[in-house]
Ligand binder design. Sequence first.
Ligand code: GLU
Length: 357
Amino acid sequence: MCGIIGYIGKNKAQPILLDGLKRMEYRGYDSAGISVMHKDKIVTLKSVGKILNLENKINNSRLNSHQKLNFQQGKIGLAHTRWATHGEPSEKNAHPQKDCSGNIFIVHNGIIENYQELKKQLIKKGHLFRSDTDTEVIAHLIEEFNKKENFKTAVLKTLNSIKGTYGLAIINKKEPDKIIAARLGSPLLLGLGDKEYIIASDPAAIIRQTNKVIYLKDGEIAIIKNNDYEIISLKNKFTQHKIHQIDWTEDKIEKQGYDHFMLKEIFEQPKTIKDAIRGRLIVKDGNAKLGGLENVAHQLKTIEKIIIISCGTSYYAGLVGEYMLEEYADIPVEVEYASEFRYRKPILDSRTIVLAI
Ligand code: GLU
C-alpha cells in the first residue's frame, strides 16, 4: 500500500520527508514524489520506481539555484509513494498532484469514485488536467472553491462533494502556514513533536520525530500549523481526540508491534485483501472494475486458457488464483514456475493469456 507523509515545523522538511518515505518503503509502491514549500514557492520532484531514484533526482536535480534553495530551506512539505489505481505509474501521475494555478498540492491514498463526473464539470469551467489520476480532481475542486472561500472552507466543501476513500494532505501557496489533512477509509495519523507536526499514513514514518500521535478517525480533518493544530469533522465541528504514546522501537514499529514480519503479514491478510479490492468491486452492479484490463476487455471475452507464471510465494498465490478463476470464470488455468517456463516451448495461441506475477 502507498504512503503519505507531510511535515510542518522548525526543521528543514526535505530530509524528514525522504526518510519517512524510506520507512514506508516496505509497503510497496510504483512511484514517489515530494513537494517542499518555502515562503510562497513550491518545488516538486517525482520519479518512477524506487525511492532511490527519487533520492538520486534530489541529489543530482537540474533545479536552478532559486529552486534548489527553496527545496533545501522549506520547512513545510508533502511526500508520497503511489500505488496506481487510476493511470499508469509515471511521473505525471505520481503525487503530489496540483491544480491549474500551481498553488494547491495534494498527496492522496485511496480512490475517488465520482472523479469522472467532477472532472467533466471542472473541464467545462476551464480547468486543465495534466494527469490521468482521480486524485487531481481534488486539487482542482479545492482551487474552484478557493476562488471565493478560504483554504479550510474550500477543503471542507471539496470533501463534502467527493465520494470514495481517502487519506490526504494538502498545501496551498496562498496560505503557506498550514497543511490540511483528512481521512476517510484510509489510515492517517498526526505526530506531535516539539514545535513540529508530521502527518503520515504509517507510524513507521513518524517515530524518528516523535512518539506522540493522534490517530485520525474517518471523517476527520486536521488543520496543522507549526505551533498549533485543530481537528474538525466534515460538518466543521471540533472533534474529541486522544493523544497516544507509541512505545515501540524503530525496528518494531515497521513490524507494527509483531515480533516478526511473517506474523504481521499473516494478521494483516484481511486488511490486505480489503485494500486490494477497495474501489474495484462495484457491489451494487455485482461486477468488478479492473482498470488495467479495460483496454483489452474485448480480447478477454474470447479467452480459452489462462497460464499463471510465478515463483515462491506468488506461485502459491497463483494456485489460489487457479482455483478461483476456474470456479468463477469457468476457464481452465495452469500455474507454472516462472523459472521453468522460460525454458519451455509452451503452446500459446491467441486465445491463451499469460498472467505473470
Ligand atoms: N487513486 C490514486 C492514484 O491512482 C491514489 C493511489 C494510491 O492510493 O496510491 O493516483
